[in-house]
Structure formats: structure tokens, C-alpha cells
Write a protein of this length. Sequence first.
Length: 424
Amino acid sequence: MLKSRRDLLERVRANFRTEPTRLAGSVRPAGELDPLLFWSSALLLLFGLVMVYSSSIAFAEGSRLSGNQSTFFLMRHGIFLGLGAFAGAVAFQVPVRLLQKYSPWIAAVGILALILVLIPHVGREVNGARRWIPLGPVNVQPSEFMKLAMALYAADYTSRKLPVMKSFWKAFLPMAGTVALVGFLLLREPDFGALMVISCIAFGILFLGGLNIRSFIVIALAAVMIVSVLVLTSPYRRERLFGFSDPWKDALGSGYQLSHALIAFGRGEWFGVGLGASIEKLFYLPEAHTDFLLAVIAEELGFTGVLVVIVLFAIVVQRAFAIARRAHQLDRHFAGLVAQGVGIWIGAQSLINMGVNMGVLPTKGLTLPLMSFGGSGILANCLALAVVLRIDWENRQLPRAAHSGADRAAPLRAARPGGGEGAP
């Protein structure tokens, strides 16, 4: 770790003297956002808006909540996108150092929200799950924001524990206790899918921060044992697991969702049946505009549409890790770990959702990031990506400031006695 800003500037200045060509090629003009990350995210958001409208028309027309308006979910999702863009623009203005300073408090607020959602008459229960806090016309899902809070907290914790990251007791156990507390609250809702994603974020950041490989193996084995116990002791989880292994055995029961998702994929073939022409969304496939949005994409746009979605998500994850790598090169370890945590979050959740839709993983209540209907998810995703874009912006300001500082200091060095390039 660098001891002062002066040390940081001197190190970056040395990089400019030794590798001017490489650095100049990697720095974009001031004010420009990472184009691949920005436009890939924007395309996923806009693509999601179109597909949410397409997949929800029939449900909106037949729902009493929507007043039989076919554009009900389209308008609400559009409002969420607008709020997400505004929240992202505000979050982009927040310096990363402030996020690090207040990350423990952000995590504490997230845990408090997970507690509040379990209190009767405070949290709202839907289909046997208590995951939402009603705030006027909208329902807030704390577990979505807890993912970002965990990324910030785990990055701050890991950056502070860098000297002892090889220690099982000093590095792993305190973080494991925090994840266990969050996991207990999520299982009370229950929200097993959010627990999986948050665990991936926390322990993924620990591993990338230098956690001992033996400790990581212990984590993996413990996770397998815990998941096995949770599945074996929960009737509905056992039912989902057995339905996943052979959905056609009980196609009208435990395998209903997966069997209709597979039918949608089969009907889509290479180029789909056409935008808006899906049959499975006509009350056959439950949660078509949320958990199973990818199945509707597969049916209407075929393998080509699914491939486009996969490529866009791969670009988002790759850019998050590329920005993180640049931050680590500048010894901005907290910023680098946060970007990696967001990459793990988007990558893991999209992978799980796609696996569920394709029948590769057991059915789980996880939405497709940036695309599925859901205000809390859209807001949390936009906030997270805005933080990554801010990290990239700050990464580029440091080399630029150091370079301009070196240019201003050159005449002073030349004026001093013996003030050449190698002068102290």
C-alpha cells in the first residue's frame, strides 16, 4: 500500500517515463465513459424494456391490479428505468473514497432493512415469501440493495485485511460471520437465490483479495454441505430439485415452470417465431416478465436473440474486471475489489437465471439483471454500474493528473543546480 498521495503520484510519474506509449494508449479523453460497459449496459436495459412489454401484455390485460391496461408493466418498467438512470447519475458523482469510508454503515443499513422486512405489518408477503417493504405505490426489495452493500463492505474489509489475508482466523472467520447473519435473515424470508448471489460476491472478493487457497476450499466444501442440508430439510426445495432432474415426470406439478420454459426454447429454434408471437407467455409460463424472461426471448427471437443477450452480459462482466485490473495497477485496491464484486454479481446472477431457464440448474427465484421487470433490481443494478463507471473515471484521472504535474515540474527541475532527469 502506498503511504501518501505524493508516493502515488511519483509512482505514476515513473510509469509515464518508462511506459509512455502503453499508458497513452490506455487513457481515453477526460469525461468519456467506458464505451463498451456503458453501451452494453444501456442495450441490455432497453432490450429488457422491449421484452418486458412483449412478455407481459397478456398478463397485464388479464390482471385486476393493472386495470386491464396492456401497457401497465411497460409504463412501470419505463419509470423504473428513468429512476435507475437518475440514481446512477447521482451515484456517479460520489467519490470512491466516500463509499469506502461509509461502506460499514451502508452494510448496517442493508442488514437493518432485512430485519424490518421480517416484521409483520412492515414487510409484505407474496406467495408465501416476505421480501418486500411497501412504500406507497412501490415495493422495495432490500435483498437487491444488500448485494451492492455487500460488495462495498467486502471490498473495504478485504482491503483493510490485506496484510493478514493468508490467515484463516483473521481474514475468513469475521467475514463468514457477517455472511452468516445476512444468510440467516434471507432464509427467514425465504430468499435462497439472493443468499447464493451475496455469498458469491463476498467470498469471491475475499478470494481475489488473496485469501488462502486452503481457506477457499474449506468455504467450497462448507457451502456444498450447507446447501445439501437446506435442500434436504425443505420440502419445497426438494420438490424443485426433483422437478429439475426430470421436469416431464410431473409436468403439471413440480416440473411445470421448467417444462414450459423448455417448450419455449424448442419453439424458438434459430431465429424465433417473431417478436410478440410467443404462445408460452399466454398464461402458460409463470413469471414470464420476471424470472423466465429469457425463455420468452428464446421463443420470440430464437437462439440468435439468446446469444446476443449472453454476449452483452459477457462484455459487461469483462469490462468490470478490466476496470478492476487497472485500479489494482494504481494501488486502488478497494476500488478494484468493488468493480470485481459487481462483475461477480452480474455474472453469477445472470448465469444462474440463464441456467434455470435452460434447465441446467434447479428452478430459483432470481431475475435476469438489467432486463427483468422489478424496480428494486433495476435500481440496484444501475447504482452498481454507476459505481464501476466512477471507478473507471477516477482511474483515468490519476495518470492524467500525474502527467500534467510532471510537465509543470520539468522547468523547475531544469532550473535547479544539477536538476536533470535523475535528480532527487
